[in-house]
Design a binder for this molecule. Sequence first.
Ligand code: ADP
Ligand code: MG
Length: 356
Amino acid sequence: MKKRILFLSLFLLTFILSGCTEKRAEAQAQLAMQKEENLHEVTTFAMDTVMMFHIYHEDGEAILIEAEQEIRRLEALFSVTVSDSGISQLNENAGSLPVDISDDTHAVLTKALEFTKLTDGAFNMNISPIVQAWGFATDEGNRVPTDTEIEALMPLTVSNGLVLEDDTAYLQEVGMSVDLGGIAKGYTADRIVALLEDAGVTNGWISLGGNLYMLGTKTDGALWELAVQNPLDSTDYVGMISISDASVVTSGGYQRYFEEDGKTYHHIIDGATGYPAESGLLSVTIISENSTKADALSTALYVMGLEESLALWRVEQDFEAIFITEDGRVVATEGIAEQFVFEGSDNDFIYEVAEK
Ligand code: ADP
Ligand code: MG
């Protein structure tokens, strides 16, 4: 499964780097000069995924060492597989004791609760016991839990099971647990972008397992271009987004799944059913200056489906989205439409723009 995630991330980045139009050649020549002087790149494995950094700065090497240390620090707080992480401690002490938490853990839990409220529970980090029952929390193998098992776990997934105070957090019942898989990479991306900006980096991009943040523009002033993957074909894409200073995060059932008896089960769980979400969507891409929000909303909107998601977008200001539906539509919200070039008609996708 990890191999697949790696492949998809690399596929996306190949597009960012190589692009797909000739007009890039000119820009690339200019870029190449600066690249030689100031480009610094690192690829590392953290938070169960491949992370890549691509920044332009004369002290880039030292800055990226700092960035990597920051990633390790946050991983040690948020991981559910590292047994002494803040989140593991919280989970292990469920139903018995509040645990001390760091400022970052407090911040990410606060954000997660905020998005739970905003999405009416579609974003639910307390879904963890069910994520585990499906075998998505570890590498130990996926399985389809019985209905009885899911029913028994449902009461442990209520989002008010978590009591968050200034310095402590507490899960009220034995068996409750939280899983930051739907938000931790976005939060980490925001921290890393702040670190890079503080260090004076104005151009570059980071990819935390496909959770992207494009900093400034390319060195020649052109916008960064990203391919939005065709969820039905990992070698294909449905269009290109051009952006600067924004995070782009995609969630989809095609990113992590298993098959049993001819049926496919993926890793984004609908808290209302305890089953992988079936909302009529194949993928949701969120574009926002805030990567924490982009990450949480990509997961939540995938659960909510197109109509509910558009209703939320109409009342929220600071994000745009591109939805790919099971019935073959690519729907862009109007705030991103001008920066999105649809290229999915060859594959019978139909393009629509959603208005406020
Ligand atoms: P990725 O696996 O690419 O990070 P997402 O950001 O969509 O994808 O997060 C999916 C992960 O979030 C799952 O693997 C699981 O750990 C957790 N999760 C699953 N369902 C939900 C949900 N309804 N709300 C919040 N987190 C969820
Ligand atoms: Mg997410």
